[in-house]
Design a protein around this ligand. Structure first.
Ligand code: PLP
Length: 366
C-alpha cells in the first residue's frame, strides 16, 4: 500500500538530531519556556520574516489567542463579525466562535479552493472587524486584494497559516502577509512536531506582548496577572524537535513541489480536475487535492490499487452538528468541493516510483 503520509519515515530522516535535541532538553533541567522555546521563537520569526513569533500549545489556540488579544486591546468585542472561508477546516471557525465573535462564511474559488476576494465586500457590515483568510492546502490566498479590502474598511487580517509554512505571496512569506498569523505544528503538517504545537507570528509589538501574556495565565510578570488568561504554551521538548525540523522545512517543500509538478504534468484523465497553481513559490503542497464528480468511486478504485487517499474535508463546517444554526444555509461552492475533493499521497519521503505508480493508476481510471 502506498501510504497517504509516511509520518514515521519523515521523522526517521532526522532521528539522530531529534534524539540529540531530546537529550539536550532532559539534561537542561528546564522543561517549560526555557532556551529551546526562546530560540525556536527567534528562528521561526526569522524564517517567516516577522519581528515576533510566540510559541503556543497548538494551531487552534494560536488563532484563539490572536482574537482574544484583539479583544483585550479594544479592537473588537463580543458580537463583532469575522469573515472566514466556508470550506476551511473547522478550527478556523471555532477560534472565532470561542471568542464570542460571529463567523461570517464567504465562499471560495472553486479552482484554487481559496477565499474568493470578489465575494468579501458584500458580506462586510458595521460589525465586521477582521478577515481570516486560510491558505488552504498550502497555497497563499490573494493577499494583495484581501489586504486592500481590509485597509478600505479598517479591518484586521489574521492569516490561518496552519497548512502553509514557508509559502510566499509576492516577496513575503505566509505569517507575514497580514496583521497576525496562526500556525499549527500538528505532526502531519509540513512543519510538524512530535506532538501538539503552534505559534503566532506578527510585527505588532503590543499584540505580541498581549498574546504572550494571555497564553501564560494572563501574566507578563510572574505572579502578576493582567488578563484572565489561559495556559497555552509550546512545550520545551516540542520546541527542540521543531528547531531540528525547521532546518529541513525548505527541503521538505522542494520535494513536495517536485511531486506536485510531476502530478500536474503527467496526470492526464479528463474525469479528473487538477488543482490550480498560481505561482510556484505560492504553494507548499501540504495537500494535493484533485476533484472528480464520482469521488467515492475513485477513492475505492485507488484503494483497490493499493493507494491510500484522504478527503479534506468530508463535511463542510455549515453542515456540522456543532453549527446547527447553519445547517439549512446554502454554500454551493463549498458543498461541491466537499463532495468532489480527494487528496493524493504527497510528502518529502515519497519515492519517484510511488509517484509514477499513482499517476499510472489514475490515468487508467475510466
Ligand atoms: C490543522 C489546522 C488547524 C488547527 O491546528 P491544531 O494544531 O490541530 O490545533 C487550524 N486551521 C487549519 C486550516 C488547519 O489545517
Amino acid at each position: 500500500m502506498i501510504p497517504f503520509l509516511d509520518l514515521k519515515g519523515i521523522n526517521t530522516q532526522y532521528r539522530a538530531a531529534l534524539i540529540e535535541a531530546c537529550t539536550r532538553v532532559i539534561d537542561s533541567g528546564w522543561y517549560i519556556q526555557g532556551n529551546e522555546h526562546k530560540e525556536f521563537e527567534k528562528e521561526f520569526a526569522a524564517y517567516c520574516g516577522t519581528k515576533y513569533a510566540i510559541g503556543v500549545a497548538n494551531g487552534l489556540d494560536a488563532l484563539i489567542l490572536v482574537l482574544r488579544a484583539y479583544k483585550e486591546m479594544g479592537v473588537m468585542s463580543d458580537g463583532d463579525e469575522v469573515i472566514v472561508p466556508s470550506n476551511t477546516y473547522i478550527a478556523s471557525i471555532l477560534a472565532i466562535s470561542q471568542n464570542n465573535l460571529v463567523p461570517i462564511l464567504v465562499e471560495p474559488d472553486i479552482n484554487t479552493f481559496l477565499l474568493d476576494p470578489a465575494k468579501i465586500e458584500e458580506k462586510i457590515t458595521s460589525k465586521t472587524k477582521a478577515i481570516l483568510p486560510v491558505h488552504l492546502y498550502g497555497q497563499t490566498c490573494e493577499m494583495s486584494k484581501i489586504n486592500a479590502i481590509a485597509k478600505k474598511h479598517n479591518l484586521k487580517v489574521i492569516e490561518d497559516s496552519a497548512q502553509s509554512h514557508g509559502a510566499y505571496f509576492e516577496d513575503k512569506r505566509s505569517g507575514n502577509l497580514g496583521d497576525a498569523s496562526g500556525f499549527s505544528f500538528y505532526p502531519g503538517k509540513n512543519l510538524g512536531a512530535l506532538g501538539d504545537g503552534g505559534a503566532v507570528t506578527t510585527n505588532d509589538e503590543e499584540l505580541a506582548s498581549a498574546i504572550k501574556a494571555l497564553g501564560n495565565y494572563g501574566s507578563h510578570k510572574k505572579y502578576e496577572n493582567l488578563y484572565k488568561g489561559i495556559n497555552s504554551r509550546l512545550d520545551e521538548m516540542q520546541a527542540a524537535m521543531l528547531r531540528v525540523k525547521l532546518r529541513y522545512l525548505d527541503n521538505e517543500v522542494e520535494k513536495r513541489r517536485g511531486i506536485a509538478n510531476y502530478y500536474l504534468q503527467n496526470i492526464k484523465n479528463d474525469k479528473l480536475i487538477l488543482p490550480t497553481l498560481r505561482a510556484e513559490d505560492n504553494h507548499v503542497w501540504h495537500l494535493f487535492a484533485i476533484r472528480t464528480n464520482k469521488r467515492d468511486e475513485l477513492q475505492k478504485y485507488l484503494q483497490e490499487n493499493d493507494i491510500q487517499t484522504l478527503i479534506h474535508y468530508p463535511l463542510p463546517p455549515h453542515k456540522q452538528n456543532a453549527y446547527k444554526e447553519w445547517n439549512n444555509d446554502s454554500y454551493p461552492i463549498s458543498g461541491q468541493i466537499h463532495n468532489e475533493v480527494l487528496s493524493l499521497p504527497i510528502s518529502g519521503v515519497q519515492s519517484l516510483e510511488d509517484t509514477m505508480q499513482i499517476v499510472k493508476v489514475l490515468n487508467e481510471y475510466k
